[in-house]
Ligand binder design. Sequence first.
Ligand code: PGA
Length: 238
Amino acid sequence: MKIIVCESYEELSRKAADIFVKQLQNKPKSVLGLATGGTQLGMYQELVDRYNAGEVDFSEAISFNLDEYCQIKQDHPQSYYTYMNENLFSKVKFKEFHLPKGDADDLNAAAVEYEKAIEAAGGIDLQYMGIGVNGHIGFNEPSDVYMLDSNLTELAEATIKANSRYFSENEQQPTTALTMGMGTIFRAKSLVMLVSGKSKAEVAKKLFDDKIYTDIPATLLKLHNDFTVLIDKDAAEG
Ligand code: PGA
């Protein structure tokens, strides 16, 4: 596990984009695992800027997002599909991009299909992710039992609360989602986690020690042999 402490969120975003660009330079046909959330926004802006400057080409790359809400349609303003379109896919051209179909009629079947699509693409080369205040990765919430493959899951109270800032008061906020499983994430060749802000300081401490906390899913990633954490000072020193 490699921890890189950055002076600022801007530096973290630049370093995250550097890793992305290097991956594509080494392997233009990379399969990238992508994430949503506030923390990833700076990296996406960096990537768009570098694309516009002709410094990076995504045209042979395929991407799979970690998760997607259920109970809302794909074109809902708060869907992760909309987030990805607004922040990346409407601005740069990927060969293909995929998100779980959170509005499918048969959600369990959609999860199985998603896992198969990742496998058919050859597996994920580089997986980005954030971390929840409760240590979730994707929507693998703290639990006694973790699912290996992509699955339909319920969001934890802490997650619903943290994400409520994006939904207006009279809007129904989703409580379920499709997410990659812990195995899906573990099978990626390289993992990069972005951690920013004081709200993550408490959970970040648990990433730095030599323990695995079974109720903090992110700490299980310490077992992965290519796991990098990019963390800003606010989160590292909180
Ligand atoms: P955030 O979300 O970047 O909006 O904090 C991270 C996560 O929940 O994984």
